[in-house]
Design a binder for this molecule. Sequence first.
Ligand code: AP5
Length: 215
Amino acid sequence: MKIILLGAPGAGKGTIAKLLTEYDGSVQISTGDILRAAVKAGTDVGKEAKAYMDRGDLVPDSLIMRIMEGRLQESDCQKGFILDGFPRTIPQAEELKKLLQKLDINLDLVVNLDIPRDVILDRLTTRRTCANPSCQAIYNIKSNPPNPDGTCKKCGTKVIQRDDETEEAILHRLETYNQKTAPLMDFYKKEGMLHNFSSLSSTEIVDGIKAALKK
Ligand code: AP5
């Protein structure tokens, strides 16, 4: 599958993307995970991105496009990909359209996770993430807890709260989403690609995506 996952911070993009990779081996490409790994490794990209991320701002479009132009040409993308957290602005969506045309890649669909704000706020404050950059499994202390000793069930690394999970940064991320990312729904609606999902069940959403892919 070649799909884009849209949705506010905490809507469940990472959770759904990970479930979809188990379905047909398509690779999850999360720009957030790529940036967090770069911050942890202290690369130039990480140094440039860190302050934006900690505040809950988007990093510059040019930086994201540099990352994605290379990433989409890596061999594991040939089996399919799930774009999680990209594009996030109209300029990114326009650049992605040109890039996909250049690479002769057709998208199957664009999925929008439409989740109420109170659910999102609750999910974000109770999320925990595996600190191992090559795992980054997503947990939730209410709906999907890690091991009782606070370690990852998959790799045994400590699970943590992300640096952008302060109340101030969460509210700013939601505001940034409304201003800069929500307009992408109209963009992809006009392209005839948008599929909305408002279920609170990840299983129902994954089944709905599989059904839409078969049409
Ligand atoms: P990114 O990592 O993409 O963060 P985000 O979009 O804010 O999304 P989240 O990862 O917070 O949430 P999610 O929708 O993946 O939800 P999750 O599955 O974890 O980006 C971080 C930062 O990087 C940005 O702020 C920006 O600075 C920068 N950045 C990244 N991409 C960029 C771009 N393209 N351009 C510019 N800047 C960029 O789920 C949340 C919680 O809910 C979890 O605890 C999960 O267990 C739980 N949960 C999920 N589904 C369910 C369910 N069905 N029932 C119960 N609990 C559930």
